[in-house]
Design a protein around this ligand. Sequence first.
Ligand code: PLP
Length: 424
Amino acid sequence: MYMNEYQFIKDQDAELYATLVGEEERERTGVELIPSENYVSKAVREANGSVFTNKYSEGYPGKRYYGGQKYTDQMETIAIERAKKLFNAGFANVQPLGGAAANVAMYFALMESGDTVLGMDLSHGGHLTHGHPTTAINKVFNFVRYKMKDVDTGEIDYEELRRVALEHKPKIILAGFSAYSRELDYAKFVEIAKEVGAYTVADVAHIAGLIAGGVVKNPFDYGFDVMTTTTHKTLRGPRGGMILVRESEDLAKRINKAVFPGMQGGPHMHSIAGKAVAFGEALHPSFKIYAAQILKNAKAMEVVFKKEGVRLLCGGTENHLLLADVFGSLGITGQEAETVLDEVGITLNKNMIADETRTAMDPSGIRFGTPAMTTRGMKEGEATKLAEIMIATMRAKDDVVKKAALKAEVVALCEAFPVPERFV
Ligand SMILES: *Cc1c(COP(=O)(O)O)cnc(C)c1O
């Protein structure tokens, strides 16, 4: 527990305080391998818990619907300018409440109802917000798909992508994923989009921090029109979303209108303050080292899984995450693996694999990644060790004695690498 933290909650609300203490303990004593999670700095949490939560600021800096905006305007402008610099963008909207909200606003900014989006197949790594049948936007827009050509190399079937694009004439070609571990050929996307007159949008929710750190490709360097993202995954900011435009002022205006008043009311100014602090951290030279280490740690885990004969989807990783077919390789289901790893203090999630033969609730795979453990300062040695612990745990799923020994190793690792408060 940090000194004097949550003092007021402790004094007035014991019931709620217990949950904070519990969560802090959980985060401190377990290894977090969910690839969409991270630990933010104390500075980000200060901003996120700040007085900016008191303020209504509908509109944009200089054009608000309420008075008293001297400091909110300054603060949001700082966030916008930092975001532009980080991603080499012409325009940034930092108000979306999350990645899903950013995507919905982007769809409405770029399309009319009934228009078509061509996106990554959800079972091949795409995200729910790319038109899953259970989502609201699926009722408004038409979603068609491309897939991987070979699930064991991760190569996208660009010929199929082009064929579907020519057939369906999408308004948007969407590149982006939450369960895919290769770089995309962004130039190819742009080439096909030009042929059919579509916008190119990259949903970089997972890899934004890697782009900002310069260790994976930036879609804007290949001519993409728009990027949507979360701010709380590899970018290591508060929960939230953001939309970036490469250069078109017209697109930027449409996106601003689609976010407010199109979709949202008052922006969460405390969250935007947290984004500004996180962007400041990401602009610091140390963030490049952090981003590079995320990749090195993921590679180190890949080496162990391959050595132990576990099938990795996409044949390995070029980013922060890995997908393993544990059912096919170790005879343990994704749900069983999630549960048994949780028992030894390792948190990750079960995941459907491409061409899944099991169910969503108990699929064949697990998905895991290195952003959070890298924030704790762990390097290749620890990543190797963790991968070995993971495989040993899955092999010893019913062996209580072995699991106790493995858990002790995880606890020791966590004690050696406390969650840091300061990154710059
Ligand atoms: C996480 C994610 C989102 C959704 O972000 P939320 O903040 O949870 O709404 C959207 N797209 C992709 C690709 C993601 O990985």
